[in-house]
Write a protein that binds this ligand. Sequence first.
Ligand code: GLN
Length: 200
Amino acid sequence: RPLVGVLALQGDVREHLAALNDSGADAVGIRRPEELEKIDGLVIPGGESTTMSKLLQIFELLEPLKARLRDGLPAYGSCAGMILLASEILDTRPDAQHLGAIDMTVRRNAFGRQVDSFESDLEFEGIVGDPMRAVFIRAPWVERVGDDVQVLARVPESGGAAAGRIVAVRQGAVVATSFHPEVTGDRRVHELFVDIVRGV
Ligand code: GLN
């Protein structure tokens, strides 16, 4: 089984550890730079991206993590994790750091501050079977993707003002979703990521 880390500074770490274990990986929380060396892939959980950005600096993980990502470490970010993987963030704090692992512009809290959370059924590129139940919690969406970025899912027509917005992407071995598959019990996104980590 591949060893997949979950960045364990803040956010819904436990849910991702459980989802990865269910999906054929050994999962381990990551808090220290040297722990990055042994992992085959990394999940960045949902939570609060500006807080996580601060903690990445305090725990001296920001630069080592950027370096690992540049070297091709597979990564998956949900919600705040998506924000951190972006190359550009709109509506964030001026001092917020990001990892720039996916060439995309992400808008934080994009669905509107009054819309705390909502759920929707999505079609997800490369995942067969039933539509995916997507849980959005103060979620970002993607406003621009570079040429090398594959769009995996959008908000469906039933999504009102948000219909058509990009909510899942992939660039190389790095995947990001605006929503939280770790909370639904649907393991298909984590299984897809573990396949990427295995090099399938
Ligand atoms: N709104 C949060 C942020 O800006 C993300 C919310 C989440 O991860 N559920 O980081």
